[in-house]
Write a protein of this length. Structure first.
Length: 255
C-alpha cells in the first residue's frame, strides 16, 4: 500500500506538463500502485487570489474523495486569507495547508507566516512547508523563486513547541531536540537520486518514523520515487511506515 504526501494537478506556466487533470493523476496512481494521495492545485501558486484555486480543486476532486485528499494553498499577504482558511477547513474539509513562501512574496520569519500557521493549528490543520517546488537549476529565467533556507524553516518551527509539521520537497532536516520540540515529518521527494541511496542518506538525518513517501507528480514523473523506495534495504515494517503509515498517522483524514 502506498499513500503519496506530495501530488499536484494543474498547469505550470514555464513548461508544458504531459499530465494535468484529476483523471490523469488517478491513472498515474493506478499505474504505480498508489492507493491515496494528498493533492493541491498548481494554480494556487500563481493565481493572485490563491483561494480561487482551492475552490476549483474542491470541485475537481469532490467525486474522488475516497482516494484524493485536497490540500489548501493560501498566501498570508493576501487580504481575507483568514476567511478563506476557515472555508477550506470547515466547508470543504481540507486537512492540510500548504505554504509556498518562495512564490508568494514573504519569508517564514515574517509575522504573516506565524499568523497563518497559528490560525491553521486552531482549525486542527496540518501545515506543510515546501523547501522548493522545482529544481532551481532547470527553471525558466522568468521564474524568480528561491529555495527556502533551512534556518528560515527551523526558525518558524521553533515558534510552535509540540506542533506537528510536514516538510515537503526539502533537504533533510535533523529532528529538533527538546522535551516539547516540534515533530517534523519529511517526504522523500528530494531523496530519489541514486536508486535508493538518496533516501538511505536521508535516513541518517530523518528517522524512518518521520519519513513519508512523496512523488511530486504530476509536476514530475513518479517512477524514480517508486524505484528509490523499492531498493531500500529496510524491513517490511519500516517500509510500510514510509509508504503509508506515517502519513496516515498525521493526516488521519486520508483514511
Amino acid at each position: 500500500m502506498i499513500y503519496d504526501a506530495d501530488t499536484w494537478i494543474g498547469y505550470w506556466p514555464y513548461r508544458r506538463l504531459p499530465y494535468t487533470s484529476v483523471a490523469d493523476l488517478l491513472r498515474q496512481m493506478d499505474s504505480h500502485g498508489i492507493e491515496k494521495a494528498l493533492v493541491a492545485s498548481l494554480q494556487g501558486i500563481f493565481y493572485m487570489d490563491s483561494h480561487e484555486a482551492n475552490r476549483e480543486l474542491y470541485q475537481q476532486v469532490r467525486r474522488h474523495r475516497d482516494r484524493l485528499v485536497p490540500c489548501a494553498i493560501l498566501n498570508p499577504t493576501y487580504f481575507g486569507w483568514e476567511r478563506d482558511l476557515k472555508q477550506c477547513r470547515e466547508e470543504w474539509s481540507m486537512p492540510v495547508l500548504r505554504l509556498i513562501p518562495q512564490y508568494h512574496g514573504y519569508k517564514l520569519t515574517d509575522s504573516v507566516a506565524e499568523e497563518i500557521v497559528s490560525a491553521a493549528h486552531e482549525l486542527k490543520m496540518r501545515v506543510a512547508l515546501y523547501g522548493r517546488v522545482v529544481d532551481l537549476r532547470g527553471r525558466s529565467p522568468l521564474d524568480h523563486s528561491r529555495q527556502v533556507p533551512s534556518d528560515e524553516i527551523i526558525s518558524l518551527f521553533k515558534k510552535f513547541p509540540g506542533a506537528t509539521f510536514m516538510l515537503l520537497n526539502s533537504t533533510p532536516l535533523k529532528p529538533l531536540r527538546g522535551k516539547n520540540a516540534p515533530k517534523i515529518y519529511q517526504d522523500t521527494a528530494l531523496m530519489h537520486g541514486g536508486f535508493g541511496a538518496g533516501i538511505e542518506n536521508g535516513l541518517k538525518t530523518c528517522t524512518v518514523d518521520r519519513l513519508m513517501f512523496g512523488s511530486t507528480m504530476l509536476l514530475r514523473y513518479c517512477q524514480p520515487a517508486i524505484i528509490a523506495v523499492n531498493r531500500l534495504k529496510l524491513t517490511k515494517s519500516q517500509k510500510d511506515k514510509i509508504l503509508f503509515k506515517n502519513l496516515k498517522r498525521i493526516v488521519p483524514e486520508i483514511g
